[in-house]
Design a binder for this molecule. Structure first.
Ligand code: TRP
Length: 331
């Protein structure tokens, strides 16, 4: 038996992946496969809670899977799948809905924000988003769940639901622990270095996507917003643009921020921008090339999806059967 701790995480295919996702989530997901039993899903069902174009959703589901592989996630060493390929997610989510208080779901910040921003699409799926997420996690008895800070509240709710269920019946679910990335590794928009680089950022010039071609990457870096003080120094308070460039450089050149600062102490801004751009281009070159190869091979991607879904289903079905039995559904 495999005694490794279980890690579950998922990414919603609602925007193209950018280098901030790479630093904030993907890099750590790769690292975790060395020590844990990791399951990583493309949360396509969650994407439906926001208005999305079917063609784009389908394309991004393939893209995400190809990128999972291209960045080095090995389908032999972890389980990679599409959430919708494992029906147990939607099935357990229904059960969990019945163990979640209306008031609890209503208090979720993400629900409040999103339904306020787009009241015309404040759908029930958006409301039940956290219970589907709880199902994702609880089906696999995940011990650790890498999430962004914005998802911590959902993770807490998953724990609450799990505990409630365990107390009412008998120990069934593992209480998951959220893992948020280290501080300091956060990167900001190149167009507005006080705002987080977002995968659905409206200003495309501020966001560098993993699959941007080299010219685009260079153009975005050359246009990065800085300041007029002309000294390269790490000072996030007063020099957010330059500090952001130094952070990005340090991550992709594999040096500390202090080393980066020293390296560019005498450089002008144009040189810094060019060097950071080139470093990012080179870092992602093999990933981009591998992605291009994979995305042209739909058959292979589908076989990875299928194998992943089979591995995940086997585990998920066992948990679902247990839950069905406990609540009194006839098998
Ligand atoms: N809601 C997460 C996000 O927006 C994505 C997600 C879906 C997820 N299911 C999950 C993350 C389960 C961790 C565990 O980032």
């Amino acid at each position: 038996m495999d005694e490794k701790k279980v890690v579950f995480s998922a990414l919603k295919p609602t925007g193209d992946l950018q280098i901030g996702n790479y630093i904030g989530a993907l890099k750590n997901m790769i690292k975790m496969t060395e020590d844990y039993d990791c399951l990583y899903a493309v949360a396509d069902l969650h994407s439906l809670t926001v208005d999305c174009d079917p063609k784009l959703l389908r394309k991004r589901s393939y893209d995400f899977m190809a990128l999972f592989l291209a960045i080095g996630l090995d389908p032999e060493k972890c389980t990679l799948f599409l959430q919708s390929h494992v029906p147990a997610h939607a099935e357990l989510a229904w059960i969990l809905n019945c163990f979640t208080q209306f008031g609890e779901a209503k208090r979720m910040t993400q629900f409040k924000d999103k339904s306020a921003k787009a009241p015309q699409n404040a759908n029930v799926g958006l409301f039940a988003y956290p219970t589907l997420m709880a199902a994702d996690i609880l089906l696999y008895k995940a011990d650790y769940v890498p999430v962004g800070k914005d998802q911590m509240q959902h993770l807490e709710l998953a724990r609450t639901i799990a505990e409630r269920f365990n107390n009412k019946y008998s120990p069934t679910f593992t209480l998951p622990e959220g893992i948020t990335g280290k501080r300091g590794s956060k990167i900001f928009s190149l167009a507005d270095p006080t705002a987080k680089m977002g995968k659905t950022d409206e200003n495309l010039n501020g966001t560098v996507f993993i699959l941007d071609d080299p010219d685009t990457v260079m153009r975005k870096f050359k246009r990065a917003v800085t300041d007029s003080d002309a000294t390269v120094r790490f000072d996030p308070q007063n020099k957010p643009g330059i500090s952001n460039l130094l952070t990005i450089y340090s991550v992709f050149a594999g040096v500390s921020v202090e080393e980066a600062e020293r390296e560019f102490a005498a450089a002008d801004y144009a040189t810094l921008k060019t060097r950071v751009g080139e470093t990012v281009v080179e870092y992602f070159r093999p990933i981009r090339e591998e992605y291009a190869r994979l995305i042209a091979d739909k058959g292979y991607l589908e076989s990875v999806m299928k194998t992943g879904a089979e591995k995940a289903s086997y585990r998920a079905e066992k948990m679902l059967a247990k839950v069905y039995r406990k609540v009194g559904l006839v098998r």
